[in-house]
Design a protein around this ligand. Structure first.
Ligand SMILES: [Zn+2]
Length: 157
């Protein structure tokens, strides 16, 4: 099951590769939070519809209801997808970049396993991977203090 989602993640990112934009454009705005090299290896795509795994796959892992809510953004590995309405929202960019760092730290399979487990166990609002992203994006929006995101992601195990 996990493998099928992993395959879907890779094929989705490939499919949109021609349209992805580099997050290097945020290197000044997010300075101190994310290293330039990390931003240069992270991408986003503005899409009219957030790409979602096939419904049958989500049902099999009991997450059929998850994506019925309207998502403004979704991170898949090193790339995140945003609706046009979120494209200029720095807080959402920041939030999704925290997820890119989490994907990188945990690996694709590891991230998926953990995200799905946490979601089932805690629910979206209380799951640790989301709380971390929301706490950090709130801190960014509040104007600091500036913290490096990567070490925080690493000690979250
Ligand atoms: Zn999130």
């Amino acid at each position: 099951m996990q493998h099928e989602i992993t395959a879907w993640v890779h094929s989705t990112n490939q499919q949109f590769e021609a349209h992805h934009l580099s997050c290097s454009e945020f290197k000044e705005l997010f300075a101190g939070y994310f290293p330039e090299e990390f931003l240069a290896r992270s991408f986003y795509v503005v899409v009219d519809q957030i790409p979602l795994p096939p419904k049958e796959l989500l049902k099999e892992i009991n997450l059929g209801g998850l994506f019925e809510q309207q998502l403004a953004g979704l991170t898949l590995g090193d790339t995140y997808y945003l609706l046009p309405s979120a494209a200029d929202n720095l807080r959402i960019h920041f939030h999704e970049l925290v997820h890119v760092a989490q994907w990188q730290h945990l690996g694709v399979e590891g991230f998926l396993a953990r995200y799905i487990n946490e979601l089932k166990r805690y629910g979206y609002d209380d799951m640790p991977l989301e709380r971390m992203a929301y706490e950090l994006d709130a801190q960014f929006v509040a104007g600091g203090p500036v913290v490096e995101v990567w070490p925080i992601v690493q000690v979250s195990d």
